[in-house]
Each structure stands twice: as C-alpha cells, then as structure tokens.
Design a protein around this ligand. Structure first.
Ligand SMILES: *Cc1c(COP(=O)(O)O)cnc(C)c1O
Length: 425
C-alpha cells in the first residue's frame, strides 16, 4: 500500500499498518470505548498552538481559543494550562470556560445575539472584553452594565468587507453577512459608544471567516482595520488592543494554508510597516488549533452494492460529523487496519434517515463489515456541533497524551436523552 502521508497531523499515523494517535492504536481504543469514538492528540493541539506562539515571539499577543470549534472541558483545560485566553459566543460557553478555572479577564465574548442575562453573567464574571456586533447591542449592553453598577470593556466587531474565498456558510466578513458593524459606520458607532454610560472603549475586532487558506484576505482585512484605527484614534478614542479574529484553515484534503507562524510573519511585517507593531493584539483561532488533532473512529455496519453506486454504511452519522451535510465538507476516510483486500468505490454514509447523511463520496476503500474506519481532521466543528437527531446518543471522546489515553466524555445513553422530557398526564 502507498505510504503517502495522511492529511492533517503527523501525530495520526500508521505503524505496521495499524492507525495510531501518538502511538496509541485506534483499534484498542475502539475496543475499549466503542464506536463512534472521537480521539484527540494533545501533542497535535499544542504543536498547532506553538506555531502561533513562535510567530508572535517578542510581541504583545493574547491567543484566545474560540471554543465553539471544540468545547469539551478537557480540551479547554489543555489550552488554559498552555496559557490561552478564550473567545466565547454564548452563556453556555462562558460556564464551560469558568468550570475549568479560567479567570473572567481571560475571556472575550463574541456573537450577534447576546441576551441581557448572558451580559449580566459575563459582567459578574469580570469578562475581559465584549466584542459588540451591532448598534442595538451596544445600547443594551450599556443599560445592563449601568444597572449592574459595572463598566463593560468593549470592542466593536467591524465588518471589513473582504472576501475570504471560503465556503459561503463560513464567510463572515462580507457586506451581506449578519456579523459585525459596517466599516463605513464604525467611527460613528465608536462615538456613540464613548457617550454611553457603563461602557469603556477598549479595542477593535474583526473576524472574516473560517477555513481561510490564503494570506491575501488577512492582509486586506488588516489594512482596512488599521485605516479605521487611525480614524478612530484621530477622533480622540485610543484603542488599547486590536483583535484580528480567527479563521486560519487546515488541510483536510491537501489544501496548503499558510502555517500560523509564516502567516503572522507577514502580518506583523505589515503592522510594523504601518507603525502598529507595539500594540496589544488578540487573535481568536479555533479550527487551526484543534481540527487536525482529532479523528472519529467508526465501524462498518454494511456494504450495499448498487447499480449506480456502492454504499458503505458506518455507525457514525451526520449527527456526529455534521460538516459534510452542512457545507459539503471533505474529510479523509482511511482504514484503521491497512492492507485488506481489493479496494472498491463507495459513498460512505451513516444510518440517519436523510439523503444528506453522507460522510464521504466516491471513496476508494478495501473494507468488510466489522472493519474500523477513521474519519480524519475531525477535531473541530464535529463534536461541538453533534446532535441527537434520530435519538442517537453523542459519541464518547478520548484524549491521548504521550502514550496515555483518557476518556474525557462518556458516550451519551438514551436515559441521558430522555431525562428532560415529560409524558402528558
Ligand atoms: C468561529 C469564530 C472564530 C474561530 O474561527 P476558526 O475558523 O475556527 O478559527 C473566531 N472568532 C469568532 C468571532 C468566531 O465566530
């Protein structure tokens, strides 16, 4: 069999035809914990973080992990211990981060629909900054903070109107998106923020999209944000920090996104050239820290040959791995034990009653029922998007750390799912 390297993390690799994560055999983990099973490499996450840290050596930068990519507590712990702050988008995410012992000051709060209750709780927790996404939200936050006798540090999320050249569902910095405040209105909204009680202008923020694989959209967004910083500061409002959001892509299928350190070398050169090199920066990476660190192990249930297509039915489905159904996303799918028989072409699908329940199309695989497959690059936007559709329990999760493995989430059972429901009298 070919020894071409797998896309994604070097921590996920074959040893004697058996797929391993940090040297731990996935077949053993599947036997112990069942399937579908998410398995993450801690070393892979820390390596991804280290690339950013190298890029930022000697700079004032706070890396705030965007936990919507994967919000499991043990993963938050891993990043907290490595010195990260966190970017949250809901009150639920706030409680997750607080539950692992993170200080409020190390949390920033993004999102277009923050409720009053979420704002109050975040103020109580002493949150570092609210990234405000609309004029209406600014007014409400001012009211809530004043009523609580607090001052909310804010930055406005500005929409720089650049095309990140990614899937439309994960592009967020264009005019037609629901996110952020239009570039043209930003100065006026900052003036309003300065007048409002309960608010303190702390910075500026942008986030242009996700799975970005080119440098140019970042440079464009940076130029547009720096133009605004100059205008806002000329109007007498100093901005203590500039937050460039997240969005850096990963390799799912041979894409070649810039490495985090190489990307930031270019971006920092631009910042230096424009005289902003000494500023406090923040970034909010999600996918690029966890995406390639995870795999989902699944068992082949049935092979279903057909006239037009062959189907390989596995025990993971769109409720576990929603990205193909949502964005036609690609995940590499490889055997856990390599070297079995003649390959055939299959659409790899799950048991859910939807034609959209496919995990991979037209894949060449040598498989038999009972074999294990690994869906690669499944660390981001998989478990955190998982649902109970078809009353399927959410999968278990294991973190591998240098040869040791830890069950970090038990498999959800039916009782877990029925607990909140009530029969009619
Ligand atoms: C989703 C999100 C991120 C993280 O995006 P990635 O593509 O996972 O890096 C960062 N900031 C905000 C505001 C987000 O909504």
């Amino acid at each position: 069999m070919s020894a071409a390297p797998l896309p994604g993390s070097p921590q996920v690799a074959y040893q004697d035809d058996a797929l391993q994560v940090e040297g731990v055999a996935l077949a053993d983990l599947a036997r112990r914990h069942g399937t579908p099973l998410f398995v993450y490499s801690k070393a892979s996450m820390l390596e991804a973080l280290a690339a950013y840290q190298r890029g930022f050596a000697g700079r004032k930068v706070k890396i705030c992990y965007a936990l919507k990519a994967n919000s499991s507590l043990a993963i938050l712990q891993t990043f907290a211990r490595a010195g990260c702050g966190f970017d949250i988008v809901s009150g639920g995410e706030l409680e997750r981060v607080l539950a692992v012992g993170v200080r409020g000051a190390d949390i920033i709060f993004s999102g277009v629909g923050k409720t009053r209750a979420e704002m109050r709780r975040a103020l109580e927790a002493g949150i570092g900054c609210f990234n405000v996404e609309s004029e209406a939200e600014l007014e409400v936050l001012s009211e809530v903070a004043s009523a609580a006798g607090k001052t909310a540090a804010i930055s406005l999320r500005v929409n720089p109107n650049v095309d990140p050249k990614t899937h439309p569902y994960i592009s967020t910095g264009l005019k037609g998106n629901k996110f952020g405040i239009a570039h043209e209105r930003a100065l006026e909204v900052y003036r309003r923020a300065r007048e409002l009680p309960g608010l303190r202008v702390a910075g500026i923020d942008c986030h242009i999209g996700s799975q970005i694989t080119e440098v140019a959209p970042y440079l464009d967004a940076m130029d547009r944000i720096l133009d605004l910083v100059a205008q806002i500061e000329a109007a007498g409002m100093p901005l203590a920090h500039i937050d460039f959001g997240g969005g850096l892509g990963i390799s799912y299928n041979g894409e070649q996104p810039p490495a985090a350190d190489a990307l930031w070398q270019q971006l920092l050169a631009r910042l230096d050239a424009r005289g902003y090199g000494e500023r406090q920066f923040m970034i909010e990476p999600g996918r690029s820290l966890v995406g390639n660190a995870g795999v989902c192990v699944s068992e082949v249930l049935y092979l279903k040959p057909g006239e037009a297509k062959n189907f390989c039915v596995i025990d993971a489905a769109m409720n576990d791995l929603p990205r193909p159904a949502m964005y036609q996303a690609f995940h590499a799918i490889v055997p856990v034990a390599r070297g079995g028989g003649e390959p055939a072409h299959y659409d790899v699908v799950g048991p859910v009653c939807e034609s959209g329940d496919w995990i991979g199309r037209d894949r060449s695989l040598a498989v038999r029922p009972g074999d294990l497959l690994a869906v690669l690059s499944a660390g981001a936007y998989c478990m955190s998007m998982a649902s109970n559709y078809n009353t399927r329990g959410r999968a278990a999760e294991v973190l591998v750390d240098g040869g040791e493995s830890f069950l970090i989430r038990e498999r959800e059972d039916v009782a877990d799912q029925l607990r909140k429901e009530k029969l009619l009298p």
